[in-house]
Design a protein around this ligand. Structure first.
Ligand SMILES: Nc1ncnc2c1ncn2[C@@H]1O[C@H](COP(=O)(O)OP(=O)(O)OP(=O)(O)O)[C@@H](O)[C@H]1O
Length: 502
């Protein structure tokens, strides 16, 4: 790769499903320039941009960015990426969205103010994502991509839905960024925008038709306006010309890396909690529903002493189910909204993401556990012989089990609807076989064996022991089993996060 090349794409093939979406695409880009990526809808522009960011599984060829393979760890804070759909959190304000990504990129709060101003969003800083217009959401997404003035800025249709004045302002800002040495690759459908670029890449049906300056495009087609030039070049099948200019930055190590990882994990936990705080219904679901259900069960069994037997199992079941549902839907939403793709193109490890989520929901689960257990004991009259602190500890561990299984389950669902479908498949067998309606020893042999290996079984056993004051080495083993299920689920959840998609 030439020293003055910052993006080098060599004979790139990308297959998506059965189609060859990029076919032997070959070009080099220089720093300090704005590159317009043009082509009809479906020609492969987004796929090419994702290949440069390193989020796209490629079939053949090579993409080298700033001297490293695309997607390399060291590139994650050197490449800014704005996806085609606005990848922002709907339940966070504009400022909270930008500030969260700024923390991941270790940018100061002054940088948050700078990009808010640049994208003309200062007036909407306090508005929630879901209350913004389409164009404003795109601008929040653009503001995030501009954080830290990255050396390579990949923008997938950044000016869609913007008025002409703001569009002109943004192009001025793109030029200023390019003047500092950044290389901007901007896909667009708007031809007069293409004329503001230093170079144009023209794609059609996955093939690169040409790389040229806007002036060369006009000259080679003899067209009177850019729109006609584009149509005429597409019709002619293209020609290839080339133009060109240098880049660098350093890495960190040891304790510094660990501290940064901790900061990103805490920033993620803080962000998830901020999202929860904007959603009173979710707070009510998580904190109150388990207690209400425990109260209902106690009421049903008022005339018998059955509640004293199944009460601990209910403390295991309801918080587990609620935490499973909320966590799986929250993480699935993250996967589907594009924010996960954006985060994983930044210096964010998969484990940091998973632990950030786990930490936030664990804090919620602890509050939920305290409410549910207190309600069961002091309102519903659940009689406790054992130590209270142990009961709280096992109940919290059980809620954490629901969280970790929810994180894992979200990897195997494509929609919220599918997550909800997991519920009966996952919860009803546990309700039937984990010793809630009948002690497991009284189940037929094969069912007992299955019941013994369900994740909820050790939680129910340990909670029953803690409530009855009959804790022994079996209780400790059950707590270890819960911890093992949690670790396995978090590991699987983390392994299923993919930086690259097909
Ligand atoms: N997951 C997928 N499986 C199979 N084919 C896909 C998948 N995603 C996209 N494609 C196909 O890949 C081709 C290129 O898509 P891409 O999104 O890169 O085009 P584009 O030029 O960005 O389009 P637009 O301008 O409409 O956004 C399209 O023909 C599309 O149908």
């Amino acid at each position: 790769m030439n020293k003055s090349t910052c993006v080098d794409v060599q004979r790139l093939d990308v297959r998506r499903g059965k189609s060859l979406v990029l076919d032997q695409v070959d070009f080099q880009l220089s720093p300090g320039r704005i590159i317009g990526l043009l082509g009809p809808s479906g020609s492969g522009k987004s796929t090419l941009l994702r290949s440069i960011v390193g989020n796209q599984i490629t079939s053949d060829g090579a993409v080298t960015v700033l001297g490293k393979p695309a997607g390399h760890k060291s590139l994650r804070n050197r490449v800014g990426y704005m996806t085609q759909s606005a990848s922002i959190y709907e339940d966070l304000s504009t400022r909270q969205n930008i500030a969260y990504f700024a923390k991941i990129l270790r940018q100061p709060s002054a940088e948050v103010d700078r990009v808010l101003h640049t994208t003309d969003l200062a007036g909407q800083a306090g508005h929630l994502g879901r209350d913004l217009s389409g164009g404003q959401r795109n601008r929040v997404s653009l503001a995030i991509a501009l954080l830290g003035s990255p050396e390579i800025v990949i923008l997938d249709e950044p000016t869609v839905g913007l008025d002409p004045v703001l569009r002109a302002d943004l192009w001025k800002m793109f030029s200023q960024l390019a003047a500092t040495g950044s290389c901007l690759v901007v896909s667009s459908h708007v031809m007069d925008e293409a004329m503001r670029c230093d170079e144009i890449l023209l794609l059609r049906e996955g093939k690169l038709l040409g790389q040229m300056t806007p002036a060369a495009l006009m000259e080679s087609t003899g067209a009177e306006n850019p729109e006609d030039a584009f149509v005429s070049l597409i019709a002619a099948g293209g020609t290839k010309q080339v133009p060109n200019a240098a880049c660098a930055r350093a890495e960190a190590s040891g304790n510094v890396r660990r501290r940064r990882a901790m900061n990103r994990t805490l920033a993620t936990a803080g962000r998830v909690l901020a999202q929860v705080m904007h959603d009173p219904r979710t707070i009510a679901l998580m904190l109150l529903v388990p207690s209400l259900l425990i109260g209902l069960i106690a009421w049903i069994f008022t005339e018998t002493d059955a509640f004293s037997r199944i009460g601990p199992a209910m403390i295991a079941l309801f918080p587990f189910v609620v935490m499973f549902l909320v966590t799986s839907i929250a993480t699935l939403r993250e996967r589907r909204s594009g924010t996960l793709e954006r985060l994983l193109s930044m210096p964010m490890a998969k484990g940091e993401f998973i632990f950030g989520y786990t930490l936030a929901f664990t804090l919620v689960a602890i509050v939920q556990t305290v409410i549910a257990v207190s309600f069961a004991i002091w309102v519903c009259g659940l009689h406790i012989e054992g130590q209270l602190w142990l009961l709280f500890a096992v109940a919290a561990l059980d809620a954490l089990l629901g969280i970790s299984l929810g994180l894992m389950a979200s990897a195997f669902a494509h929609t919220e609807f599918q997550v909800v479908q997991f519920m009966p498949a996952l919860v009803i067998p546990q309700f039937l076989l984990a010793g809630i309606i009948l002690p497991r020893e009284q189940l037929p042999g094969a069912l007992q064996a299955i019941g013994d290996w369900l994740p909820l079984s050790p939680a129910i056993d340990a909670l029953s022991d803690a409530a009855a004051g009959t804790t022994d080495s079996a209780t400790a083993i059950n707590m270890l089993l819960i911890a093992a299920w949690i670790a396995a689920a978090l590991l699987i959840g983390s392994l299923t996060l993919r930086r690259r998609t097909a």
